[in-house]
Design a protein around this ligand. Structure first.
Ligand code: NAD
Ligand code: IPM
Ligand code: MN
Length: 361
């Protein structure tokens, strides 16, 4: 199959981890006789420096023409004091909105060889396997522009959702639950927020369409606690933009590191932008020590969701698992045994394992 992939490396470790995932995709193309072509475009701080905008039109146009997009991360201290329209994060929010990527899937699944890498007890983490479905193009992040202000003495962000925006993400979460253990936890703050009350109402309205799915409503503060005290009670979690952002970083603790969590940001069709959950990690950028696995696993999600290449996606996930089983790990993972490696070596190990039959050697 022929596929064109736009790479948006962005800032900090974004460039390092995107290049790792590209190596992996090229290996998959060789192994499975596909043709993947790549084109890199600027986004975030790099785009501000090069073009005076965090999201140049040329980047948007290239993404629209692509079969899928792979993004590293944006942001860094260099741009932290910029006015809001010249912040790197504005580029990421902009591309999500431009491409209507309202459904952000963040699977959280521990690898068996990393159970002890989590600061949580092994018996708590063991068998946790959940999917966080985060609404990605509404809520506080995209508050009504005319109401958003900071005039020095008071400041306003608004949290707005239309019924349609809530319905489509809830349906997406029910669909995902049907393919998994059929349990949906809808997370909100319905004891305080009007938007959460409508969210809850809509979950209840849609529920009869999925009689096999058991549904639970949970307040976000309690969910934050239960996520790390009894993570195995969760299958699919669906929640609004900001809650999903916070809960997914928290959930990464189950896997041993934020550097392990991939994500898929999808529109109504199968088009997607694939991105690790982590950011540009300015504290380790440029040192070649970033964990590339979140981005490599995001590339696997690309193959699965956008290209319908399930075997190829599984091959990547197995290679990652095997690399960890053999004791290779980057410095962010609290693993004592085995060999601590840098980004380049970790990628090379995965690439080697991807090559036909090497996982069975
Ligand atoms: P971060 O996710 O960049 O880093 C948090 C911590 O996790 C740091 O200690 C970092 O070293 C570590 N870490 C993250 N990914 C890692 C990896 N792959 N390997 C090893 N260690 C890793 O979050 P932050 O420090 O709060 O934010 C830094 C910048 O990134 C900010 O400008 C923020 O806006 C941006 N950000 C971007 C994205 C994105 O582009 N999707 C996501 C989150 C944060
Ligand atoms: C993420 C990031 C982004 C978000 C920021 C950088 C805008 O934290 O992808 O999780 O909050 O969505
Ligand atoms: Mn985040």
């Amino acid at each position: 199959m022929k596929k064109h992939i736009v790479l948006l490396p962005g800032d900090g470790i974004g460039t390092e981890v995107t290049s790792a995932a590209k190596d992996v995709l090229e290996t998959i193309a060789d192994e499975f006789n596909h043709t993947f072509t790549f084109e890199s475009k600027d986004i975030g701080g790099t785009a501000i420096d090069q073009h005076g905008s965090p999201l140049p039109q040329d980047t948007i146009d290239a993404c629209r023409k692509a079969d899928a997009v792979l993004l590293g991360a944006v942001g860094g201290p260099k741009w932290d004091n910029n006015p809001s329209h010249l912040r790197p994060e504005k580029g990421l929010l902009g591309i999500r909105k431009e491409l209507n990527l309202f459904a952000n899937l963040r699977p959280v699944q521990g690898f068996s060889n990393l159970l002890h890498a989590s600061p949580l007890k092994r018996e708590v983490v063991e068998n946790s396997d959940m999917l966080i479905v985060r609404e990605l193009t509404g809520g506080l992040y995209f508050g009504t522009p005319s109401e958003r202000r900071n005039n020095g003495s008071d400041v306003v962000d608004t949290l707005a959702y239309s019924r349609e925006e809530i319905e489509r993400i809830i349906r997406r979460a029910f669909d995902a639950a049907m393919l998994r253990r059929k349990h949906l936890t809808s997370v909100d703050k319905a004891n305080v927020l009007e938007s959460s009350r409508m969210w809850r109402e809509i979950v209840e309205e849609i529920k009869p369409e999925y009689p096999e799915v058991t549904v639970e409503h949970m307040l976000v503060d309690a969910a934050a606690m239960k996520l790390i005290t009894s993570p195995t009670q969760f299958d699919v979690i669906v929640t609004e933009n900001m809650f999903g952002d916070i809960l997914s970083d928290e959930a990464s603790v189950l896997t041993g590191s934020l550097g392990m969590l991939p994500s898929a940001s999808l529109n109504e069709e199968a088009f997607g932008l694939y991105e690790p959950v982590h950011g540009s990690a300015p504290d380790i950028a440029g040192q070649g020590i970033a964990n590339p696995l979140a981005t490599i696993l995001s590339a696997a999600l690309m193959l699965r969701h956008s290209f319908r290449m399930e075997d190829e996606a599984k091959r990547i996930e197995c290679a990652v698992s095997e690399a960890l089983n053999r004791g290779y790990h980057t410095g962010d993972l609290n693993v004592k045994d085995g060999e601590q490696v840098n980004t380049h070596k970790m990628t090379a190990v995965v690439v080697e394992l991807l090559k036909a039959d090497s996982t069975t050697n």
